[in-house]
Every structure is written in structure tokens, then in C-alpha cells.
Design a binder for this molecule. Structure first.
Ligand code: PAF
Length: 264
């Protein structure tokens, strides 16, 4: 696996591959790689000639400095995992590499980014869209792969790619879950074992109400979670998804379930 820190060198390398007729599948990450990330990479490897991954814990998408400080950093393990799955390229930029403008320029979406996760996390999606635009422009991949656990993020990135006529296809991949049903997330590492057991109830409750979509299902699901000790930030149906953000102790978790996809 070739590791590159410098954005200019990364761009040149990616361009050379494209000029040689090779299609790149790109998976941007913030590291602490888990089964969910690996499933995106597997799909990219199945569909494209080369797998390019980036690891960059993007400070501009954290509105809470404690959340940024506590975000897991597992760089050596991540590199071992990527080597193991035979990733071709790893982009490991530093803050100054990606933000030579010291964040003077940013991408702002004026509607959906203020809802759901955006309601209580001012600037979060602007930080995500800005860094993803930079990464997509530097990589010019055939396709970039994002997990549906972050469904709002996926929708916003797809919308941005269309709005800015980007050539990269934005592909959504299904949520990967632990045996308990808990959606794989780098933040799961921050849960104690009892919190982890409780966290699995989130998927159970969402699935139950997604199986019986009716007026008031979201409110009932929120009440049921609150009764089980979750601090519910939101629980809402958007399009065909029942989406939730909850807090367990100091850990914030999100999940979503397709309303029509669950058979009773
Ligand atoms: O989903 C993530 O890990 C991040 O939001 C992303 C897309 C890598 C941007 O920093």
C-alpha cells in the first residue's frame, strides 16, 4: 500500500492512474476502522480497479471539542487492516495539508443540513461537506463509497456532488451491524459493556416501529427509548427512513432503518 500525505502528490498519483485507464474506488474515513468501513472497501474493490482510502479526523465537523478529543485514534491498527485487505493507496493528510486556506472557504447547504443531526450540531455538515469536497476533488475517483448509517451525510454529499457537477459517483452501502444489531461505529468503542448492551436496544425499537409504520410511530418509538434510559435527540421519519440520534452516557449514537424493508 502506498501512503501519501501531500495533497499535490496524491492528486498527481490519482490522475496518473486514471490516465492509465484504471478506475479508483475511494473510501474517505476518520480512521478507527471497523467492519462497516471494511464493507465499503470490499465493495469498492469488487467494483473498481484500485482502492484508495483516506484517514483524516476532520476538526471542522466537530462542534464539541470534547468529542474531537475523545475520538478514537488507532492509526497503526488501521494501517495494518488496510495492508491486510490489500488497499492500494492511503491518503494521510495533516490539517495544514487539507486546509491551506485556514478554513476561509467552506461549503454550506441551506436546507436539509439544518435538520436531524444538523439541528444540534451547528456547522457539522458544513465541515463534512467541505472536507469531502476537497477529498473528492483531490482524488477524482470513479466512485466514492459511504455508509447508510450516516444516511443524512450520504444524502447531503450526493446532493453536493450533483450541485457541483462532480464526476465521482456517490454510492451508498448498507449499514453493517454487530450480532446484537448495534450499528458498527467508531464511537462504539467508547461505550462500557453495559452501555453497549443498552445500545443494541436502539435498533430493536427502530425496527419494531419500522415494521408497523403508522401515524405517531416516531413519537411512540421515542417514548419507548426514553423509558429505557436513552436521551433521545431526535427520532423522525424522513422519506422511507426512521432515523434516530440518542445519547447513552457521554456517547452519541445514530442509526436508521428503512421503513418498508423490514418484513413482519
Ligand atoms: O463519515 C465520516 O467518517 C466522515 O464524516 C467523513 C465522510 C470521512 C468526512 O470527514
Amino acid at each position: 500500500m502506498i501512503q501519501i500525505q501531500n495533497p499535490v502528490m496524491w492528486k498527481q498519483t490519482m490522475e496518473q492512474n486514471t490516465a492509465a485507464g484504471l478506475k479508483t474506488g475511494f473510501v474517505p474515513t476518520m480512521g478507527a476502522l471497523h467492519k462497516g468501513h471494511l464493507s465499503l472497501m470490499e465493495r469498492a474493490q469488487a467494483e473498481q480497479d484500485l482502492l484508495a482510502v483516506s484517514i483524516f479526523v476532520n476538526p471542522t465537523q466537530f462542534n464539541d471539542p470534547t468529542d474531537l478529543r475523545d475520538y478514537p485514534n488507532r492509526i497503526e491498527e488501521d494501517i495494518a487492516k488496510l495492508t491486510d485487505i490489500k488497499a492500494d493507496y492511503l491518503f494521510l493528510p495533516g490539517y495544514d495539508d487539507l486546509y491551506p486556506d485556514s478554513c476561509r472557504y467552506s461549503v454550506v447547504e441551506k436546507d436539509f443540513s439544518g435538520q436531524l443531526c444538523g439541528r444540534n450540531r451547528p456547522g457539522h455538515f458544513s465541515g463534512v461537506l467541505t472536507v469531502v469536497l476537497k477529498l473528492l476533488l483531490l482524488t477524482e475517483a470513479k466512485a466514492a463509497y459511504f455508509g447508510e448509517k450516516d444516511w443524512q451525510q450520504y444524502k447531503l454529499i450526493k446532493g453536493m456532488a450533483e450541485a457541483f457537477f462532480l464526476d465521482t459517483e456517490i454510492i451508498a452501502c448498507p449499514v453493517v451491524r454487530e450480532d446484537s444489531g448495534l450499528a458498527c461505529s467508531s464511537r462504539n468503542e467508547l461505550l462500557s459493556s453495559s452501555e453497549r448492551n443498552q445500545a443494541a436496544r436502539l435498533y430493536e425499537v427502530l425496527s419494531k416501529y419500522a415494521r408497523n409504520p403508522c401515524a405517531g410511530a416516531a413519537e411512540s418509538a421515542a417514548q419507548e427509548l426514553a423509558a429505557q434510559g436513552f436521551a433521545v435527540e431526535y427520532l423522525q421519519q424522513v422519506e422511507d427512513r426512521l432515523l434516530a440520534a440518542v445519547q447513552i452516557g457521554s456517547v452519541r449514537l445514530i442509526d436508521n432503518v428503512r421503513v418498508t424493508a423490514i418484513s413482519s
